[in-house]
Design a protein around this ligand. Structure first.
Ligand SMILES: Cc1cc2nc3c(=O)[nH]c(=O)nc-3n(C[C@H](O)[C@H](O)[C@H](O)COP(=O)(O)O)c2cc1C
Length: 489
């Protein structure tokens, strides 16, 4: 398999959706769909009437016909208005119902099926390690549709390479669940049995490659040398990247704006990375042909680009949010704030300051808290040894009643609902509030400036690829032929 030069990054909840990944992959680079919350995304797309019929077309290809029919019967409708709530799924749990498992497998299948439809380019799926409960059925569903790469950050994905091996053989698979306050002797593991879902229809599956998203040499060494099987490669993400960032090493220090300060200790040693002998990609403000050239010269296989693709016309981002962002970028008035507290995960999170979104503290304070998606809840051990769930963004009294510290709840935003609102799947809550977006982008939007200048504000993912790859050819004429070879599959 030829290694791609450019990875179109996994973003948000369905910002990098099947359409974006499809458009990138068919042009010979790695298109990545976001695997986060795909079950909710699928059932909401159906409730919005499935414009274009894409969900139903992919569901019809799912090997378990009855599962697909049940989901369509239950969720597909035409009468949704902005003040009728979306029907919700049960919250993710370590012991999901059969129906929850089926929807996860189906939703991941659908997204990859559509991203891979009618071309032979490579498609990946990106998950957050911290969102553990859906991992096994999600990865299996993506594998049923032939996913080529799995990428994972926001945690230590030490078990994933082995999981890919066993799932590709359709074997029963387990995954170590992090449970706060676990006692010695506890062994909390998620379990998934392909046979229980598929019955006798067990297909032959390819084992996708696994790229771990890391921000330190120590973690890279561990994942390359100390686990078996090792990872297949890395994305090295700098703290300027959009989305969540790794916290800075050492004691947290904030600048005058209240953002985490990163220093030399947070830089990854690329010579040491190269010595590991595995492919690696650089991410975070790497959105120009010069960046791509520099990455290749440093021994990287290429770059992973998020921000430039998030603002492409064919991304899943809400068109009105995209228009607001582009306007601000054009006038150089977009402020990106690295919020050390906002995300319930505890990781710093990049927030684009945009009117009418939850980047405004007064709007966050006015929101009636509700935890009705639950992807970021953290499992904890209850005194009776069973598992409970906590999220510092849930209603404060619930959090405190379950033993959480009240100070943990201060300044937290509900990323689950915010992320769904970013793709125009805002929930209408019982409090009569429509959920507001929480938009994230990388620190460096210079690439977007350049793209708008060259291709106009309606630039597409194809324009991003042309800009990066043709530009590379211009900066290094000797590479011209091989680069252009790669632009078309
Ligand atoms: C809108 C947006 C959403 C993102 N969401 C995620 C995510 O859910 N999971 C993840 O691992 N990375 C996420 N990222 C980070 C990207 O995968 C990528 O590494 C990063 O965007 C690269 O840096 P750049 O934004 O400067 O191009 C996101 C980035 C953006 C811009």
């Amino acid at each position: 398999m030829r290694e791609p030069l450019i990875i179109q990054a996994g973003m948000g909840v369905a910002v990098s959706d099947w359409r974006l990944a499809h458009n990138v992959a068919r042009l010979g680079q790695l298109g990545v769909v976001s695997g986060t919350a795909l079950d909710s995304v699928l059932v909401r797309r159906l409730q919005l009437g499935d414009p274009g019929g894409h969900m139903r077309r992919a569901i019809a290809k799912f090997p378990l016909t009855q599962v697909g029919e049940r989901v369509i019967e239950k969720y597909f409708r035409h009468d949704k208005t902005s003040t009728t709530p979306f029907a919700r799924l049960p919250l993710p749990s370590a012991t999901p119902s059969r129906e929850s498992l089926e929807i996860l497998v189906l939703a991941n299948f659908v997204e990859i099926y559509l991203a891979k439809e009618n071309h032979d380019g490579k498609v990946g799926i990106n998950y957050l390690e911290k969102v553990q409960a859906p991992h096994l059925p999600s990865i299996y569903g993506a594998m049923l549709a032939g996913v080529d790469y799995v990428l994972m950050g926001a945690g230590i994905p030490r078990e994933i390479p082995a999981v890919l091996d066993t799932l590709s053989r359709n074997e029963d698979t387990t995954y170590g669940l992090y449970v706060a306050d676990a006692q010695p002797g506890d062994n909390f593991r998620l379990k998934f049995s392909p046979r229980e879902i598929m019955g006798d229809k067990l297909p032959t599956l390819n084992r996708p490659k696994f790229l771990a998203i890391v921000a330190s040499n120590t973690l890279a060494i561990m994942l390359a040398k100390k686990i078996s099987p090792p990872v297949d490669g890395f994305v090295i993400e700098a703290p300027s990247a959009g989305g969540h960032n790794a916290p800075p090493r050492g004691k947290l220090q904030l600048n005058e704006r209240g953002e985490p300060i990163y220093g030399v200790r947070d830089e990854v040693d690329l010579v040491a990375m190269k010595a590991l002998g595995l492919p690696f990609y650089l991410a975070g403000s790497r959105g120009s042909p010069e960046d791509l050239k520099a990455a290749l010269e440093a021994g990287a296989s290429g770059i992973q680009v998020g921000t430039a693709f998030a603002l492409a016309q064919d991304s899943g981002l809400s068109p009105s949010i995209r228009a607001q962002l582009l306007k601000k970028i054009a006038t150089e008035s977009l402020d990106i704030f690295t919020d050390p507290r906002g995300s319930p995960t505890g990781f710093p999170f990049k927030v684009a300051r945009l009117e009418g979104t939850n980047s405004q503290a007064d709007l966050v304070a006015a929101r009636v808290r509700v935890c009705d998606l639950g992807y970021l809840r953290e499992p904890y051990r209850k005194t009776d040894g069973t598992i409970g769930y906590l999220c510092p963004s849930e209603p404060v009294d619930h959090y405190v009643k379950k033993g959480g510290a009240i100070e943990d709840t201060v300044g937290r935003m509900c990323l689950c609902n915010g992320m769904m609102a970013n793709i125009d799947q805002n929930q209408w809550q019982a409090s009569q509030q429509l959920e507001r977006p929480i938009v994230t982008l990388g620190d460096n939007v210079e690439c977007v400036h350049r793209l708008i200048k060259k291709y106009g504000a309606e630039y597409t993912s194809q324009a991003v690829l042309e800009y990066l790859l043709n530009g590379l050819a211009e900066t290094s004429p000797t590479k011209e032929k091989s680069v252009l070879d790669r632009l078309t599959p």
